[in-house]
Design a protein around this ligand. Structure first.
Ligand code: ATP
Ligand code: MG
Length: 257
């Protein structure tokens, strides 16, 4: 698929490929992602969504035998020429199952990224980051009186928002989400979905989801992957009402999943 031209994309990949050993799982993906938008990534199981997402912040290369090739830019800079730790600060990731550090307090969970990277901050800075990050994810009012409690005491939806706060604390530009609500109940799912709308004024969100209703509700643009290829990438409205490729059409009409 030809990439559409987007003015000053925040993420741009061109002919990007990913492999597990000889298994070529992401094939020549070219995509331009506009800033302050929500992008949904959809496609059948095994089509390379997670792998592609993990290539954006260089987590793919952490798996033994996993390689990639092609261009991946953050703004105008080559992600693969940057320090991987810096890349993962600028491009945060939130996983399917909320994974707060069970032995850390809510407060320490939010600033865990700094600790893990050996960055020491004065208490006043930490306090400010914790309040700011928890406010950003609409959790501050719920937890401000229990910051010393363990993160694992929170509900699933609160834990997922805590994990988003942990990513937000690093002052990222882009947030990657891999099926962020598939382990949550419907109410927690809607609190996280509402949050996406708020977060996009400050960040660019790329969300892998199997849930087409969710993609339709939260995203501005949708990318449809099939067997490692990016088959179609368009405004979500257009994609759901007037898909151009048969494979997209078959997927959204539920002919395969
Ligand atoms: N750690 C791994 N080692 C080897 N092969 C892998 C690994 N992870 C994924 N693969 C293979 O890469 C391909 C793409 O997998 P990926 O997890 O990116 O798909 P996905 O679209 O995220 O699927 P799902 O919707 O099931 O999460 C699949 O063929 C998968 O078997
Ligand atoms: Mg996946």
């Amino acid at each position: 698929m030809e990439s559409t031209t987007i003015k000053s994309p925040i993420i741009r990949s061109k002919n990007f490929n990913a492999y597990f050993g000889n298994n070529h799982v992401v094939k020549n993906v070219s995509i331009e992602i506009p800033k302050n938008h929500v992008i949904a990534v959809m496609g059948p199981s095994g089509c390379g969504k997670t792998t592609y997402l993990r290539c954006i912040n260089r987590m793919h290369e952490l798996i033994p035998g996993a390689t990639s090739k092609g261009e991946m830019l953050l703004n105008t800079e080559d992600i693969y020429s940057m320090h991987p730790i810096f890349v993962r600060q600028k491009i945060g990731m939130v996983f399917q199952r909320p994974n707060p550090f069970p032995n850390l307090s809510i407060y320490d969970n939010v600033i865990a990224g700094y600790k893990l990277n050996g960055i020491r901050l004065p208490k006043a800075d930490k306090d400010r980051i914790v309040e700011h990050s928890l406010t950003r994810v609409a959790l501050w009012n719920e937890v401000k009186d229990s910051l010393t409690k363990k993160g694992s005491f929170l509900s699933g939806g609160q834990q997922q928002r805590l994990c988003i706060a942990r990513a937000v604390a690093m002052e990222p530009e882009v947030l990657l989400f891999d099926e962020p609500t598939s382990a949550l109940d419907p109410i927690s799912t809607s609190t996280v979905e509402e949050l996406f709308h708020e977060l996009k004024s400050n960040y660019t969100l790329i969300i892998v989801t199997h849930n087409m209703q969710q993609a339709a509700r939260v995203s501005d643009r949708t990318a449809f992957f099939y067997m490692g290829e990016l088959v179609e990438y368009d405004e979500t409205k257009t994609m759901f009402t007037n898909p151009k490729d048969n494979r997209t059409q078959n997927y959204i009409t539920g002919r395969f999943s």
